[in-house]
Design a protein around this ligand. Structure first.
Ligand code: AHM
Ligand code: MG
Length: 326
């Protein structure tokens, strides 16, 4: 099957399954997202030189200040996916409603949800950020795709993954048969396989949370964090979900973004951030929960549905859930 230097495209061709309309569709969609990722990676690397640091001067639909790279990344991912002609509906963290897919709204077979530049407060300080995506097969036929195609739990997702822009650029995807990792070789301009069917690291007593918010946390989370600290856990928080998630997957740990007294549903968005990473986590042997319910079982009631999320090593997530019982 895959040699050590298998490219993303070839690997995805080999990892399609019956849930895709055509065997090549997965590879075409991932190739589009990967191409957008190369562009975003290049823009990030030169952001200070091209004056694309900083705010775009507007807020997105959930009130977060948009960075210039949020806007650039959003357009690049949308254009790359539209160019495939396979996508009937798209929605991103940066858009209030669905993105217009033109004629493909009727003919396209897939729905894509994405966060183009996650952790964008890290952009200006050259710290890691990421792109997150999830892919569904459409449900409707013969009509423009709509809410019924996109407001769906992560349990219906066919594929998901992320691009991590760190000291190297990593592309991760799963199509339900393991989580696979590729590293962008900037010389060749291709993503090459560097980890196939990667398993989540065992617990290594690491937690990642913005503990500065703990004054607003509820008792289950306060009790949990006191417990892990009493057990000698280390804290590691980059403040970019993809980077924290990836580090914990590779080295062991749990990422937590609880709901709190002022934001009962927390900060993270179910469709664009939580459900795709939950699929990756589960495919790597990890878990993702809102404290009581598996993230992939939550039904979104709107595109920008928020949820608390605890994700990472399965034993660590189970421990956290014990604090949320009752
Ligand atoms: P964003 O998509 O607007 O960047 O928000 C999501 C990010 C996550 O990547 C990160 O884990 C979290 O927000 C950090 O939030 P906080 O600054 O509240 O700790
Ligand atoms: Mg985000």
């Amino acid at each position: 099957m895959s040699s050590a230097l298998s490219s993303l495209f070839q690997h995805a061709m080999d990892n399609s399954n019956d849930e895709f309309a055509q065997p090549s569709d997965l590879a075409v969609l991932l190739n589009a997202i990967g191409s957008a990722g190369k562009f975003i990676s290049s823009e990030i690397n030169r952001a200070a030189l091209r004056d694309i640091f900083g705010s775009a001067g507007a807020a997105n639909v959930t009130g977060d200040e948009q960075q210039k790279l949020d806007v650039i990344g959003d357009n690049v991912v949308a254009e790359a996916l539209l160019s495939t002609g396979l996508v009937c509906a798209m929605s991103s963290e940066e858009n209030a409603g669905m993105i217009n897919c033109g004629d493909a709204a009727v003919s396209g077979e897939y729905v894509v949800v994405y966060d183009p530049v996650d952790g964008s407060s890290n952009i200006d300080v050259a710290a890691p950020i990421g792109t997150i995506f999830g892919i569904y097969r459409r449900l409707t036929e013969g009509v423009p795709a709509g809410d019924a195609d996109i407001l769906r739990p992560g349990s219906e997702m066919l594929a998901a993954g992320y691009v991590l822009y760190g000291s190297s650029t990593i592309f991760c995807y799963t199509s339900g048969d393991g989580a696979h990792f590729f590293t962008l070789d900037p010389t060749l301009g291709d993503y090459l396989l560097t980890g196939e069917s990667v398993r989540s690291h065992g617990s290594s007593h690491v937690y990642s949370a913005n503990e500065g918010n703990s004054g607003k946390w509820n008792n289950p989370d306060l009790n949990w964090v006191e417990h892990v600290k009493s057990e000698g856990y280390s804290g590691r928080y980059i403040g970019a979900l993809v980077a924290d998630f990836h580090r914990n997957l590779m080295k062991g740990g749990i990422y937590a973004y609880p709901g709190d007294k002022s934001s009962p549903s927390g900060k993270l968005r179910l469709l664009f951030e939580c459900a795709p990473l939950a699929l990756v986590a589960e495919q790597a042997g990890g878990a993702a929960s809102d404290g009581k319910t598996a993230i992939r079982d939550i039904e979104p009631d709107q595109l920008h549905h928020r949820t608390p999320m605890y994700i990472g090593n399965a034993d660590e997530v189970a421990l956290l859930e014990r604090f949320h019982q009752s």
